[in-house]
Design a binder for this molecule. Sequence first.
Ligand SMILES: [Zn+2]
Ligand SMILES: [Zn+2]
Length: 135
Amino acid sequence: MAHETTRYHGTCHCKKVSFTVDLDLSAGTTKCNCTWCWKTRRWGTLVRPDAFGGAQGTEHLSLGERGGFCTACSVQTFAVLDTSGWEWSEGDEMVAINLASLDDLPVADLIAAPVTYLDGLHDNWWGPPAETRHL
Ligand SMILES: [Zn+2]
Ligand SMILES: [Zn+2]
């Protein structure tokens, strides 16, 4: 499948952490109702590691090179996930991107992107929750 990607630049709020990611937003985004995603108001997407790069300031991240949240400003940027047990994954690792950390992503493009809703709250990660309007 051919993907047209756009390079976006992400930062945390205090700008100590930065990175780039090549995204095809038409490939989809996710919102989930699990307690982590709900408490962090997460709107994300997953990319292969080769679409991710230029990470700077990772010494400020809670998980270092593997991402997490900035220990200075608390904002989540990215996280490298071990996806070796995930059936649909394209590899052993994927990078979860917090879309809100992308500085040059036009709002119009974000709201045009398809959203897949996950019912993580009920361990039903591959099905939609009964209610999605609050996510
Ligand atoms: Zn920060
Ligand atoms: Zn979740």
